[in-house]
Design a protein around this ligand. Structure first.
Ligand SMILES: Nc1ncnc2c1ncn2[C@@H]1O[C@H](COP(=O)(O)OP(=O)(O)O)[C@@H](O)[C@H]1O
Ligand SMILES: [Mg+2]
Length: 370
């Protein structure tokens, strides 16, 4: 057998590069080849310990290959890193995603109750630390945002970082599976250390049900090792005196979460982020149509009523589709024309809300009992 470590490295790098640029079909092929290579290497391993490690590594690559099918379907965009240094992955701190978000509370339509709860729990204590201490109010802790997809949970987490001028770190299962394979524990440790080193930081765990799934929901190999570490790191957070470190999680499937994540000191405040109400939908229409050419017949009030049951992401998408419609007709040689009421109604009629009534019921039930 002549499989060498460098062959493995080459295949793995190709697989991961393809994964990151969204070429999931070729990523899958390379990753499986890399995993096969690693299995061969494991068979020749000098110590049982090394053999076990290498088998584990091969299993993680296979997990990642399996995820390719899933991402191919959902068309998940690969994430951009802040640091643009060499992409070899040798320096783990390069893998950390941190950003200073620029969107604030005003960019989020509606969700006034959510904003208020967050002001009370997170923003005021950190903006007025002396006063908070005087009243015995401890900043920090964790907030879990849950609700249907496309309601602004990720937006909200970023906006909080902006309001607090905090550095925003993201942990997502896609990152762990694609970039951290084989090194998830070390990189997680580095990420938490980097966050602790900032004057103020938020660690945001997106798609939390995939990061911290309960037993029923299952989860990939690598996740099963990462979860206890995340829980342990969260535990250590509050103990750091005067360290304004916040953590937030978001999930579309709260019922799939491991209960342990919700214990005191972890993500102990749960906030429901519902579908937009009428004023929020109106504001969204203003945000997403306001900067586009509109014909006089466009009646936002009528659209707002018709959009009951649609999410923020749905509304942003509908506006874009109607705009594309008018744009294409304008370049097709016909006259340049604004977006009409007819364009908008047509898009609404042919696009049902992404959240089904049965799903909504499940959120409401969960919110009522949690
Ligand atoms: N409350 C909102 N106000 C304005 N835009 C929204 C809102 N909710 C969703 N959107 C739109 O939908 C997109 C997806 O929102 P996101 O925060 O990723 O949803 P979630 O994390 O809840 O799935 C946003 O980028 C934005 O265009
Ligand atoms: Mg999100």
């Amino acid at each position: 057998m002549t499989t060498s470590f460098s062959t493995f490295e080459r295949l793995k790098d190709k697989g991961i590069t393809a994964f990151k640029s969204g070429e999931f079909t070729s990523a899958k092929t390379y990753l499986i080849e890399a995993a096969e290579c690693m299995i061969e290497l494991a068979e020749q391993a000098k110590t049982p310990q090394l053999r076990k490690q290498q088998e584990q590594y091969a299993a993680e690559l296979i997990d990642l290959a399996k995820n390719c099918d899933q991402y191919k379907k959902s068309g998940k965009p690969s994430r951009q890193r802040v640091s643009n240094e060499d992409d070899s992955g040798k320096n783990a701190s390069d893998w950390i995603i941190k950003e200073k978000p620029t969107l604030g509370f005003d960019d989020i339509a509606g969700l006034e109750d959510v904003k208020n709860e967050i002001r009370i729990k997170m923003i005021h204590p950190l903006r007025h630390p002396e006063l908070a201490a005087k009243y015995g109010i401890h900043p920090g802790g964790g907030v879990l945002l849950y609700g249907p997809p496309g309601t602004g949970k990720t937006m909200m987490a970023k906006a909080i970082a902006h309001e607090l001028d905090a550095v925003f770190f993201v942990i997502s299962p896609a990152d762990i599976l694609s970039k951290w394979v084989g090194e998830a524990e070390q990189n997680l440790q580095k990420l938490f250390d980097a966050a602790r080193a900032e004057p103020m930081a938020i660690i945001f765990m997106d798609e939390l049900e995939a990061l911290v799934p309960n037993r029923e929901a299952g989860g990939a190999n690598v996740m099963q090792r990462v979860v206890p570490q995340i829980l342990q790191e969260l535990e250590g957070f509050d103990e750091k005196e005067g360290q304004p470190l916040l953590f937030m999680g978001a999930t579309n499937k709260p019922w799939m979460l491991d209960e342990a994540i919700r214990r005191p000191g972890r993500l102990d405040t749960m906030i429901y982020v519902p579908l937009p109400d009428a004023p929020a939908r109106f504001k969204m229409l203003e945000i997403y149509l306001g900067k586009r050419p509109l014909s006089d017949d466009v009646d936002l009030g009528v659209l707002c009523d018709k959009l009951n049951g649609y999410s923020g992401a749905d509304i942003a998408h509908l506006a874009e589709q109607a705009a594309r419609f008018a744009f294409l007709e304008s370049i097709a040689g016909k006259q340049q024309r604004p977006i009409s009421m007819k364009d908008l109604l047509q898009v609404i009629e042919t696009t049902p809300p992404s959240v089904k009534p049965t799903d909504l019921k499940r959120y409401d039930e969960f919110a009522a009992t949690n």
